[in-house]
Design a protein around this ligand. Structure first.
Ligand code: ATP
Length: 514
């Protein structure tokens, strides 16, 4: 990570804590690694993101309904889904530092270093040749660059084969051949590579034997698959239709770092869309487009999103891509869109012995539907919004301000109501306004401190509007409304505030733009 971005990320993390968005879990005991709690402002932002997603999926698509399945599921679920056998990361330890790493991540980091080396060669040559420099020609002919390129493509090919074949020995050999050293100890004293299952398990009931072992779900999707027929029959939906769900998932991530980007307990917003076999690619494209539009409507900058096709397809997919976002540590996965074929339903049929088929009255036949999934991490959505909206500004008068330019409909608090002074009947008037607005909008009332200080505090938590009640209010029933982003103030009649604020802050209006 470049230094500037590194600092930005650190500032975002400390800002999130200082202003009640995110706290380390059980902090008084020094925290729990990769587990976080959402504070008073964090929970509001999180709820607003959920509402934005839930309404988009279930209100705007009349063939999608929601469910809320339990976190615990019958253990056979995870046999059928492939998670018991295949949901694992290849890990190895450095014997000197005692640190554990994901083998594929170490290799990908080494590839990134080779790419950096190419860039350095290009920069050097560009300086040497000046205006006559031809990048394409240089990278196509320079022997050093060609050597690096060859190494990158060889390594990518070996990595793909090793991961595809779950070949731990081959992975270790790549690490040896690339001369990868531990960033902590600086040595190459590695253990063998082993598969490490990411599911958390616990015991159900009072007897702690293996038969009672159950898992905390590592994804919410399986709760949808096992309820597929329950929902289809009781809702009488016809294919194509979808089932949406928001809920917690748990993964014992080994390389758990980067704040709420990779957590051990996190939340997913998933939708499984059931389609006729053979039509999955059409729906895969449909959902790629829809989901990208949903992200971009937030206004954080279209250039911050891109598609990234999966080269190594998961065991259940016949097509898959990510929507990546430009996080402070670079472009990384925000959402996954997967064409899961009939893998899950077919296996649940096999393991449960129950038919999970759909009767298509148009075709007059039974079949197991194919599935297109959209799966976005709620916490990663939160991080994308928080990190892009965090802005440090130098104002004209030379002072600094930190403002969270959170998309207005998602802001934790929509309106701050601030009597200019704590006397002359201003607080009473302010409370009258608050009592009118509080049914529709989350408001915050404050009468302490100078008004400038109060504005800054609201900027720091992303409150889009500050309503100030002053002496003129008592004379002509108008207030000033200050805009967070422009800092401009306009005088508005008290009678007009409610509609104006609802209009500006409505999630529904945001949805209309998609
Ligand atoms: P990664 O490659 O980053 O580990 P993944 O491909 O395993 O992610 P999926 O299984 O596709 O992720 O999960 C769908 C979504 O759930 C991801 O796009 C991400 O937003 C979110 N997610 C997955 N793992 C985590 C985690 N440990 N912490 C927070 N969010 C997560």
């Amino acid at each position: 990570m470049a230094n500037q971005e590194d600092n930005l990320f650190k500032n975002v993390i400390s800002h999130a804590k200082e202003y009640g968005f995110i706290f380390p879990s059980s902090e008084i005991y020094d925290g729990l690694s990769a587990v976080y709690d959402y504070g008073q402002n964090g929970v509001e932002l999180k709820n607003n993101i959920k509402e934005y997603w839930w309404k988009f999926m279930t209100l705007l698509h009349d063939n999608i309904v929601g469910i809320d399945a339990a976190i615990f599921m019958h253990p056979t679920t995870w046999k059928a889904s492939g998670h018991v056998d295949a949901f694992s990361d290849p890990m190895l330890d450095n014997k000197d530092s005692k640190k554990r790493y994901r083998a594929d991540v170490l290799i990908e980091d080494a590839i990134a270093k080779l790419e950096e080396k190419i860039e350095k060669e290009v920069e050097k040559a560009a300086k040497r040749f000046g205006d006559t420099f031809d990048r394409e020609k240089f990278t196509g002919t320079n022997p050093r660059v060609l050597e690096f390129k060859q190494k990158i493509s060889d390594t990518n090919a070996r990595l793909k084969t090793a991961i595809g074949g779950a070949d731990m020995v081959a992975l270790k050999q790549i690490i040896i051949d690339l001369d990868i050293t531990d960033p902590v100890s600086g040595t190459k004293n590695w253990t063998d590579v082993r598969q490490f299952n990411l599911m958390f398990s616990t015991e159900m009931g009072s007897v702690a034997d293996d038969a009672n072992k159950i898992y905390l779900r590592p994804e919410t999707a399986q709760g949808i698959f096992v309820n597929f027929l329950n929902v289809q029959k009781t809702s009488r939906m016809k294919i194509p239709f979808g089932i949406a769900q928001i809920g917690k998932a748990f993964r014992n991530e080994i390389v758990a770092r980067q704040f709420i980007f990779r957590m051990r307990e996190f939340e997913q917003m998933e939708m499984q869309f059931f389609v006729k076999p053979g039509e999955e690619m059409k729906w895969y494209e449909f959902w790629k487009d829809k989901r990208m539009k949903w992200h971009q409507a937030l206004g954080l900058g279209n250039e911050n999103y891109r598609f990234h096709d999966h080269l190594n397809l998961a065991h259940y997919a016949n097509a898959a891509c990510d929507i990546q976002f430009h996080f402070p540590m670079g472009f990384k996965e925000l959402e996954g869109i997967h064409s899961r074929t009939d893998f899950d339903l077919k296996n649940h049929e096999k393991y449960s012995g129950k038919k999970l088929q759909y009767f298509d009255s148009e075709d007059n036949r039974n079949y197991i539907p194919y599935v297109v999934e959209t799966s976005v991490g709620l916490d990663r959505m939160f991080l994308s919004i928080l990190s892009k909206s965090y802005t440090e500004e130098k104002l004209e008068d030379g002072s600094d301000r930190v403002v969270l330019r959170i998309p207005v409909p998602l802001a934790p608090i929509k309106v701050a109501i601030l009597p200019l002074m704590k006397k002359d009947g201003l607080p009473e008037k302010a409370k009258e306004i608050m009592n009118e607005l509080k049914f529709d909008l989350r408001c915050f009332y404050e009468e302490k401190d100078a008004i400038g200080k109060r504005y800054r505090r609201q900027d720091a938590i992303g409150t889009p509007y500050c309503i100030t009640i002053d002496h003129q209010t008592l004379e002509d029933n108008t207030v000033t409304i200050r805009d967070r982003d422009t800092m401009k103030q306009e005088r508005v009649k008290i009678g007009d505030i409610r509609m104006q604020m609802i209009e500006a802050c409505s999630i529904n209006n945001l949805l209309r733009k998609i």
